[in-house]
Design a protein around this ligand. Structure first.
Ligand SMILES: *Cc1c(COP(=O)(O)O)cnc(C)c1O
Length: 357
C-alpha cells in the first residue's frame, strides 16, 4: 500500500515496530516519564510560550476540538469562526451544540482569508476566534500571524486547530499569540489515530481553570492535573503514546520541527512540479504544505481515486459531498519520499495512456 491521504498516513519503520509489541501497564513511573517527555517535545515543537502545558486526549482530534470549545468558552462569549470548508463547519456545529454564541465568517471553498474580510469583524465585541489553520478539506492555509494580530487588537481568545498543519507549515504559538493549539496523532505525527493533543498557553490555562463546564471525559482541568505527574485520568491509548514518543524523538534526530516542516514543504513542491504536465488544476489559494487539492479537468475525481486504489494499490484522498467528483487531494505528510511521488505520477500517466484521464 502506498498512502497519500491526509490521515492516517504512512508511519516510519521504528513507529511500526512499536505497534507490533505488547502494550505495557501504564500507572508506572516509566510511563509517566515518557508522557512528560512527550509534553516537553510538544511545547518545544509548537513554540509555545513559557508556562504552557500540553495534554494528551484519547479521542480523535474532533474530541479535542469539542473539549476546547467546552472548556474555554461559555454563554458569555461571542466567538468568530472561520468557516472555509468541512472543518470550519465542524467548529460552527460545536458552538451550536454547546450553546456558544458565535458568528461564522464564511469563505468560498479554496479561498484564503484576506485582511479585508477579517477586519469586517473588527471592534464588534467578539471574545474569541476559532480557525483550522490548514482547512484540510480544501488545503487552504490561513495566516496565523495576521489573525493573531487581529485577535490581540480585539482582545480575543485565539484557538488554532493545527491538526493537519502542525509540523507541516511554519507555526509559532508565541509569536502569533495563539492561546490553544490542537493536533492529532494520525497527521504529521504519522502514528495511528486515537490520540489528540491540546497545547494550552497561559491564557488557555486560565480559561480552563475558571471553566464551570459539566463533563467527565472532556474535563481539561482533570487532564492537566493528571499530566502534572505524566498521567491521564482514564486509560489512554498507551501504545500510540509510546509510538508518539518514538516519533517525536525521530523528528529531533532529523533536525527538529523546522527540518520536518522543510521536508514536508519539499515533498509538496516535488509533487506540484511533477503534476504540471497532467490535465489538472490546483484549487487552493495559499496552499498548505501538507496536502494538495487537485481538480482533474478531463475525468471525475472520485473515479481516479477508485482506479488508483483498486488497480494500482495507491491511496489518494477523495473529497465528499459536492466536491466528490471535482476534487481529490494528495497528501505530503507521513513517511513518503520523492520516489513515492514518482510512483503516483507514473500511475496517473498510465491512466492517461489508457484513455481514463
Ligand atoms: C483531520 C482533521 C481534524 C480531525 O479529524 P478527526 O477525524 O477527528 O481526527 C480536525 N481538523 C482538521 C483541520 C483536520 O485536518
Amino acid at each position: 500500500m502506498l498512502n497519500f491521504t491526509v490521515g492516517p498516513v504512512m508511519s516510519s519503520e521504528s513507529v511500526c515496530a512499536i505497534g507490533a509489541e505488547q502494550v505495557p501497564y501504564f500507572r508506572t513511573s516509566e510511563f509517566s516519564e515518557i508522557m512528560l517527555e512527550n509534553e516537553k517535545y510538544m511545547l518545544e515543537y509548537s513554540k509555545a510560550p513559557e508556562e504552557s502545558r500540553a495534554v494528551f486526549m484519547t479521542c480523535s482530534s474532533t474530541g479535542s476540538m469539542e473539549a476546547v470549545v467546552m472548556n474555554c468558552f461559555s454563554k458569555d462569549d461571542k466567538v468568530l469562526v472561520i468557516n472555509g470548508g468541512s472543518f470550519g463547519h465542524r467548529f460552527v456545529e460545536l458552538c451550536e451544540i454547546h450553546d456558544i454564541p458565535h458568528v461564522a465568517l464564511e469563505l468560498e471553498h479554496g479561498k484564503s482569508l484576506t485582511k479585508e474580510r477579517l477586519y469586517e469583524y473588527d471592534q464588534q465585541g467578539f471574545t474569541g476566534l476559532l480557525v483550522n489553520v490548514d482547512e484540510t478539506s480544501t488545503a487552504v492555509l490561513y495566516d496565523t500571524m495576521m489573525i493573531g494580530e487581529f485577535c490581540k487588537k480585539n482582545e480575543m481568545f485565539f484557538v488554532c486547530d493545527c491538526v493537519s498543519s502542525f509540523l507541516a507549515d511554519p507555526f509559532n504559538m508565541t509569536e502569533c499569540g495563539a492561546d490553544v493549539m490542537i493536533t492529532g496523532s494520525q497527521k504529521v505525527l504519522a502514528c495511528p489515530p486515537g490520540i489528540s493533543i491540546i497545547v494550552l498557553g497561559p491564557r488557555g490555562l486560565e480559561r480552563v481553570a475558571e471553566s464551570k463546564v459539566r463533563t467527565m471525559y472532556f474535563d481539561l482541568k482533570d487532564a492537566l492535573k493528571n499530566q502534572e505527574r505524566g498521567q491521564t485520568p482514564f486509560t489512554p491509548a498507551v501504545g500510540i503514546l509510546l509510538q508518539i514518543n518514538e516519533r517525536l524523538k525521530e523528528i529531533e534526530r532529523l533536525g527538529g520541527a523546522d527540518a520536518e516542516i522543510a521536508r514536508v514543504a519539499a515533498q509538496a513542491q516535488d509533487f506540484r512540479d511533477k503534476i504540471a504536465e497532467l490535465p489538472f488544476e490546483f484549487v487552493s489559494e495559499s496552499p498548505a504544505n501538507g496536502v494538495t487539492s487537485v481538480h482533474p479537468i478531463t475525468a471525475k475525481a472520485f473515479d481516479i481515486f477508485l482506479k488508483l486504489k483498486d488497480e494500482y494499490g495507491i491511496w489518494i484522498c477523495p473529497n465528499g459531498g459536492e466536491m466528490k467528483d471535482k476534487i481529490f487531494r494528495v497528501g505530503h505528510i507521513g513517511a513518503l519520499t520523492h520516489e513515492d511521488n514518482d510512483i503516483l505520477i507514473n500511475a496517473l500517466k498510465d491512466l492517461q495512456k489508457r484513455g481514463l484521464l
